[in-house]
Design a protein around this ligand. Sequence first.
Ligand code: SAM
Length: 482
Amino acid sequence: MAVYDPKSRKAEEFINDQEILDTLEYAEKNKNNIELIDEILRKARPYKTGNGTACRGLTHREASVLLACDIPEKIEEMYKIAEEIKLAFYGNRIVMFAPLYLSNYCVNGCLYCPYHLKNKHIARKKLTQQEVRDEVIALQDMGHKRLAIEAGEDPVNNPIEYILECINTIYSINHKNGAIRRVNVNIAATTVENYRKLKDAGIGTYILFQETYHKKSYLELHPTGPKHDYDYHTEAMDRAMDGGIDDVGLGVLFGLEMYKYEFAGLIMHAEHLEAVHGVGPHTISVPRVKHADDIDPDVFDNSIPDEMFEKIIACIRLAVPYTGMIISTRESEEVRGKALRLGISQISGASRTSVGGYTEEERPHDSEQFDVSDQRTLDEVVRWLMELGHIPSFCTACYREGRTGDRFMSLCKNGQILNCCHPNALMTLTEYLVDYASEETKKIGFELIEKELEKIPTEKVRSIAKQNIEDIKNSNRRDFRF
Ligand code: SAM
């Protein structure tokens, strides 16, 4: 029988089924153990260091106890700490991005995904390079600077060469003041050699959702195609890191399996990356299964209510304080608004989940991956964020300055965020407001920027940021970044 070992490179050892079952039993036994819960909450709280703020994070066992606990006052405390952590490391900034679907050709048989091979009613599409260009221009014209490219798995239609060509095309387009400065990639698990090629193409984060950590369910949910191989899929992030990719993004498709099992698996995966590669995941995404062509989410009987979803987000925030958290337009405005206070640091806006969707006037459904709940424009999302007191950020500076992997984490840990990320967010928001925003959004934005500039602690940085912002307003553009 496989033994739990976070340092092992074998899926069955670092995501060890018995360890997860033991963790769930331990969590259930201790869910009313106030003394232990208080101790875990104390450990989770941010604390002051010589040069900033730090957090200890939680083990998968500790975090699972919190997730199991249903004492209302303790849940309130978790939410408060989650918000404190978010503010300590990410401030009130929210990074913006959009998905770009390149191709929905897929040879897998995933039961929850409309791209599955047997789905004959979905329109199969693959963007040509000219279509990639058109989509990117449409995204740039909205104001996007950061994309996550998405594709089904199909070695004939979407080989790695196609993905690399698309990345190259995306980075090459400068329409008006637009530019895509960071391309994150969400494609199927692949080889070290292909990850190295992605790294050389200049990608940001490599994102791969585990879907479920529960091996038996995984095998049933992925009955055919290369994705059926649980070990190959689960060990993908190790290969990505071996291929030189510093920033990897984890995620579970909530609703497929029991959320407590998934949660423990997710935190164990983060612990494993830290133990083996010395750096945890750059991001964690929290997608929930949605209705889609040929897919009825109700057939998966593990759907989670909004309150539980919020608790999961808060518990992830406490367990892995330095990891960014992403919520997509799968969720409604209401759910996203609450999630933002519990630790989310990145959201998508104005997403189209169909291949070629951004160049269409109306949101097309024929090649769509799932229903989008939040259907607002980017301008509406940006304004809404600012009204809630957040700063929408279009910053991609860390990646372009080579602050990836542990170098990004140390920026987080040494308290330099307010002198670095904060001015960068304000400068990129100014670019957005000047180039793309409606008058109403501009007004709210410029007022917010004035106020937020005063939070920059170092006077020299503050005065450079102010000057840069004036330059942006006066159309005197450079590559502004700290
Ligand atoms: N094909 C790639 C792979 O195998 O990982 C990833 C790209 S896929 C376009 C992105 C993600 O969408 C999947 O990993 C899955 O979690 C999610 N997804 C698939 N069907 C979904 C549905 N019905 N509702 C919500 N999310 C879904």
